[in-house]
Write a protein that binds this ligand. Sequence first.
Ligand SMILES: [Mg+2]
Ligand SMILES: [Zn+2]
Length: 218
Amino acid sequence: MRQVRKPSETLPLLRPAVFLDRDGVLVEDVGLLRREEEIRLLPGVPEALALLKTAGYDLVVVSNQAVVARGHLDESGVEVLQDHIEGRLSAAGAPLLDGFYYCPHHPKADLEAYRRDCDCRKPRPGLMLRAAEELGLELSRSYLVGDRPTDLLAGQRAGCKTVWVQTGQHYAPLIQTSESLLERPSADHTCGSLLEAARWILARAPSTTDSPVMEAKR
Ligand SMILES: [Mg+2]
Ligand SMILES: [Zn+2]
């Protein structure tokens, strides 16, 4: 096959990702998840993750964990819980996740160390920007799947397409943030489950290997 574009030797190959909110998207939203026994995977999640991973998307969890700021769980506790979630996913046939990024802060945290007007608490896009930097992700070809309007806003601000799944706190009022939320979030797609979200994403972009950069590499 003839090369139309000259391959670039220096341009890094950035991969697209699907950013996933945790509570209400991967697992049932039980409020402040603290114990392993409270973990309940939502239906179709392992299959959805497998579809996305096979199509070439990195899978990155982005989660507000105010449970830390409130002093209910420390950071290692959040990571242990995540290990349990990933263990359950893997036992159910899901691929490994590529990243877990969370915000432990809250503007009115009980613990002073976490009382911060941070840039990583959704609806701010800090978690996704950090993941993109560290993992080499291309945000414009990436998606965010969330159940709250604050997830969608964060995804839009990071430059991703957004999918609103109606499986969690999608009717909940906007979470408390340090800024007034005047922007009204709107999703690129709304559906009933992560599996439907995955199918919609794949119908839009069936393969992630058709980017210009990848073409030039063939
Ligand atoms: Mg949620
Ligand atoms: Zn934060």
